[in-house]
Structure formats: C-alpha cells, structure tokens
Design a protein. Sequence first.
Lengths: 304, 304
Amino acid sequence: MGRKPVDFPEWLSERVEHIESVLDQLLPPAPTAPRSLHEAMRYAVLGGGKRVRAALVYAAGEASLQSGSEALAQRIALDHAAAAVELIHAYSLVHDDLPCMDDDSLRRGRPTVHVQFNEATAMLAGDALQPLAFELLGLMPIAPALTVQATQLLARSAGSLGMVGGQAIDCDSVGQALTGEQLQQMHSMKTGALLEASVLLGGIVAGAGSATRAGLESYAAAIGLAFQVVDDILDVTSDTATLGKTAGKDAAGNKPTYVSIMGLDGSRDLLQALREQAHAALLPLGPSAAHLASIADYIVGRDR
Amino acid sequence: MGRKPVDFPEWLSERVEHIESVLDQLLPPAPTAPRSLHEAMRYAVLGGGKRVRAALVYAAGEASLQSGSEALAQRIALDHAAAAVELIHAYSLVHDDLPCMDDDSLRRGRPTVHVQFNEATAMLAGDALQPLAFELLGLMPIAPALTVQATQLLARSAGSLGMVGGQAIDCDSVGQALTGEQLQQMHSMKTGALLEASVLLGGIVAGAGSATRAGLESYAAAIGLAFQVVDDILDVTSDTATLGKTAGKDAAGNKPTYVSIMGLDGSRDLLQALREQAHAALLPLGPSAAHLASIADYIVGRDR
C-alpha cells in the first residue's frame, strides 16, 4: 500500500471524482462529428451515478498489487478498466430506459437519453459506448496477454450469458412467477456479471495471482447478488426523489423481486449473509483489501 | 500458396458455406437459456447474406501469409475474425431495421428480427452480438499482441467514429442536402469502416508486414466506398424481389445518395475508378491477392 490510508468515504468520493474526470477525458469531445451522437454519449455517461463499478476496479487493483505501489502504467490501466465497465453500465441503462424496454423517462434525477435527445440517437449512443469500452481495454499499457484476458472477461460479462441475457430473462418474466432460484439466476446475470467483472478486472490488470483471484471471485459473487437485493428492497421502501429514478416500478410492473418472493425480512437476512460472505472472502488478502471490504458495507447500506 | 487455385465463384461459394458453418458452431445453441434471445441472435446472423466481409477476411489472410500455407492456428484465427465482422454487421442490421430507425420489415427476403420476435428481443439480440464478436477475437490462437491490434481495429471501426457514427449522420441527414464530400464521409464511416476493418483484420491475423498492410489499406478504402456506390445505384435500378429488401427506400425517404448527387452515369464512372484503384493497390502483393482482386470485381458487379 504505497498510499497513505484514508477514511473510506474520503477515498470513495476521491475515486468518484477521479473516474468522472477520466471518463470526461476519454469520451470523444462533444464538438466531434457526429455531434448529436457524441453529446448523447457524454450525457449518458457523465450524468452522475454511484460509480460502484469503477470503485470496485480500483479497490480490487489495490488489493492485488504485488509490489505495494502502483506504477504509472498500472494507474492508467486501472483508469481504462474502470472507464470500460462504467461505459458498459451506462450503455445498458440507456437501452433499458427505451420505450421498447422499461420505457422510463427519469434516470439519476434527469430526463433519460431518449427523452433528452430522441430514440434513434439513444440507441446509437448505447451502440457506440460498447465498442469504446473494448477500445479502452485494448489501450491499457500492460502485457498484451493480460489485455486479452480482460477483454474476454468484459465481453462474456456483457453478453448473452451475462448482462444482456439477464435483461432478456427479466423482460420475458414480466407477469410470470419466478422461483427464488430463477430469480437469483436472472440477477446474477443482469447485475452480478458486470459487478463481478469489475472486481476481477482490477485483479487482472494489477497482476493478481491465482489465490488472490479466487478470493476476489468469492467476494464478487457475494456483492453482485447483494447489490440486487438492495435494489429490490429500495424499490418498495424508498421514494422517487431519493432514488433519482421511478420507485415502486418493479412492484407496479408485476416484476418478480427478492421482496416479492422472500419478503422484506427474508431479503434483509439474505443481505447480511452476503455481507459476511464478502468479508470472509477477503480475509486471506490482508489489509490491502480494506476498501473492498468497505465497498461491501457501502453496497449493503446504501439508500439510493 | 498451399492451396490449389480454384475459380473465384467456386472459392467464394465454398467460403460462404464455410462461414455459415463456423457461425452456426460459434453462436450459442438455440436451446441455451435465455432461449428467445439466442434464437433471435441465430435468426439475425444465420439468415443468409452475401458474407462479403467474411470473404474479405479470408482473402486478405491468403494475400498476407508469409509461409505460403495456413497453419491450423491461423485457420482458426481467420474463422474467428471472419465471424466477428459478420456478427458486428448482423447486429447493425437488426438495430437499423427497428421502428425507431429505418422501421423496415423485410431483410434478406424474410421478416426482420423485431417483426419475427419483438422489439425488445431484437434490441437485446443486437446488444449481445457485439460483445460476442470481441469475445471471438479474444479467443484467436495467435500472439496476444496481434489479438490486441485486432480488437482495437474492430472496436474503432464499429464505434462512434466508424459504423455507428455514420449511421448517426445518416439519421440526422434525412431531408437535408448533403454535399458530395459530406456524403462520402458518412458512407466511409457507415459502411466503409467495417469493410476496411475486414480486410485489415485478415492481414493482421496472418501476420502481414507493413508494406502488405499499406496495400491492403489502399485496396480497402476503394472497395469500402465502391460498396456504397453500388448500393445507391441498386436502390434506384433494382426491385424489392431481387434485392431481398425494400427497393427505392432511400429515394422515397429523401435520403441523399450518390445517385441523387452525381446522377446515375456519374456514379457508374466513380465506381469504375474505384475498381481500378483497388486493383492497382494489390499489384505489389502478387498472385496471392487474386481473390481480393476478384472480390473488388464482384462488389462492383453485384446486382443485389
């Protein structure tokens, strides 16, 4: 740990500010032609957000570095990996909000991309954010073999057996009864896959060995699931102003959720068990995993 | 060249049959969950098509091989690269056909994906085909540094400064007058970028040196443009049954085309000039570039 230890909230807000700046620099400037497309891409990505995925990349990088301090090349590589997962996440939100999907008009307290621009521009902005993520991975100044591993991981987590596959199951399940097992499968693909990829990307980029990677994988599985359980709880316990997106939407849409299947108390019990699994997985990694541990607590405790 | 030379039509139909089989094997099987998503992905990709992009990858591979014969690893790598460009092309057609874009119901003589399935499934199928393309590149059994180059190239050609950017300009230009220069810029991004990437991917995968790459780049620029000029000519000279897609659509939609700007004769003159540029660029590559030369003639002479 070459860095002076800092409080987690301070570390997190510094990382959030940092990734905003990185994304701002790596996205094509707004005046670049085609202008409306690039404005929409920037609107979609730079509109705030919790930046949990970027924070996971950075924290997993810290936990995995062998030498104890980050060389400039590793800092750049972690920036690119963190930006890549945020771009994939941002594109998925743009497409999910479209009228043919969730038809949502509010996101992070602002009009969604297709409302602010138009449907065609929103779809194309999402389509263009995805290859930009892979381009950024390809520009990481690390061993090409590690870049190939990172590309594979991101591609799988974003594809039909990962994020998009989970989204498809979600669409198909509206109005249908899912078992707890089916629900878990859907969420582990839809939300969990990219969160887990974020953790593992940080490890790959920082040169994590196999023992560290195993710990990261167990941690990632737990927090990936926890994230969705919290989302489902917040959908029924919070309000639109706090969430910055439409509350009660899943319940109104008759979508199966953890709360609808195991109740509010059952969901909260599951959440605590997942938090403990995450902490246990980090024990072998030692004190350099402190920020990963704090992110697990942050995910479990978040209110929006 | 380790292969016995064969007639171009025979070579092309063998390659088309081969890439269909490769795509069939590399796409997730239809029964894989989520089933509707994978059925839509297979419907979008395996529905025929000219496979010009795959043929360019294979022909550029032939033209670039140093040793004169393809090792098994190179054959597999060329298959993955050819499949990747066909997946990107197929996803772009699925999204272009959606109601918020061109709103087309016919493609390759069959219902478009959103008509056959539904809009959400069509959008998600396109979203999932894109990372599958990058995953396939990452699985090429070649030097990781070459894989990274290939990934970079495909990502750039598919992104906001390539294919998707061209599509955005096309959307924004409906009903507007474009200059010949603006039209060329739009098409070089929308259609040319991926065709050019196909040629260069074949070269990269087969280990082309810088002189060969320069020849491939000049060839690729010429055929990329020629492809769109032919499309514009066919839009006004052919009929829907021959094209397998709606004829006269661009003219009816008041979209600027080469024909609307420089007339039918002017467009045909440009086409012949581009064909000559393509042949000239291949001269330094010698007889191994014969199939690339034939593809240039094929693109200029096609009637659908």
